[in-house]
Design a protein around this ligand. Structure first.
Ligand code: ATP
Ligand code: MG
Length: 279
């Protein structure tokens, strides 16, 4: 079918008091209902790319593109008000730092409910039911307790699940997940990842998954973009990762197993994530 997202020659330039930073240059790709991993070292432009797709970058920054289309619609000319309707409802993004994403003085369930009411989807009793349903969908066993909890009362993994629930409750077509790298331990990270992977697959959504970890991304994404210095240096199918020729990609592949993902954990995800689900 038609790709849902079409990006051609995307560039982002940050303007700071001390100079300009070309954080993205000449980025082009298409995305269907598939899982796309974006991998690269710190500062390579991954978060900037995710945010640029939603035009969530500082107003002092400049975004340019020959094409930036979602479901056949040109996002370039949309106003902030129009973009707000795209965000959350059609494209959701889990930000890299969840600390800034959950409101500390609001109950978890009410925050998810707010995501629904902002988009005019459901309120009151029906809204509450949808929140409980989505909490169950992210495998929270005691949704009533989590609904009433404040963010500081939740473990890191639970906080991530609540974030995931909040991002998926409006049934977006595309989820962008900017993975927090150090906040969660390996097992919890893999649990959250398995939940995202399953929901995206069940719902036939598109996923853009941002990570430092090529092996992790290679284990569940369909396709991978390798970024370096604001550019996409290689694009390949995950199944063909071993044939990637760019020296930077080779370097990323050889630096394995990473400390964060010991070898024994990784292959399990693709083969049988069931052991993660029961948790
Ligand atoms: P990490 O893996 O550490 O999250 P990243 O690949 O997500 O890194 P970005 O955050 O996209 O990288 O940053 C790309 C470049 O743009 C870096 O040089 C960064 O310092 C710069 N940058 C990012 N955000 C801003 C901003 N708001 N203002 C100025 N420069 C920025
Ligand atoms: Mg980042």
């Amino acid at each position: 079918g038609q790709p849902m997202l079409r990006v051609e020659d995307l560039a982002v330039r940050y303007v700071t008091p001390t100079g300009t930073i070309d954080a993205l240059k000449g980025v082009s790709f298409e995305l269907g209902r598939e899982k796309l991993g974006i991998v690269g070292e710190s500062g390579s432009g991954k978060s900037t790319l995710g945010r640029a797709l939603l035009k969530l970058i500082p107003s002092s920054a400049r975004i340019t593109a020959k094409r930036l289309e979602f479901m056949g619609r040109d996002l370039r000319g949309l106003s902030e008000a129009e973009m707000r309707l795209v965000r959350g409802r059609q494209i959701s993004m889990i930000l890299q730092d969840p600390k800034f994403s959950l409101n500390p003085i609001m109950r978890a369930g009410d925050q998810i409910l707010e995501a629904l009411t902002i988009h005019g989807e459901a309120r009151g009793r029906a809204g509450r039911r949808r929140v409980i349903d989505i909490l169950k969908a992210v495998r929270i066993r005691d949704p009533e307790r989590v609904y009433n909890a404040y963010p500081h009362e939740l473990s890191g993994g639970m906080g991530q699940r609540v974030m995931t629930a909040m991002m998926l409750v409006t049934n977006p077509l595309l989820l962008i997940a900017d993975e927090p790298t150090s906040a969660l331990d390996v097992t919890v990270r893999m649990q959250v990842l398995a939940i995202i992977d399953d929901l995206v697959t069940q719902r036939g959504m598109g996923l853009i998954f941002i990570s430092h970890d090529l092996n992790l991304v290679g284990s569940f994404c369909d396709r991978i973009l390798i970024m370096y210095g604001g550019r996409v240096v290689e694009s390949c199918r995950a199944s063909e990762l071993q044939n990637c020729t760019h020296p930077y990609t080779r370097g990323l592949l050889q630096s394995l197993p990473s400390i964060e993902h010991p070898r024994e954990v990784l292959p399990t995800l693709k083969r049988d994530p069931a052991w993660l689900r029961g948790a």
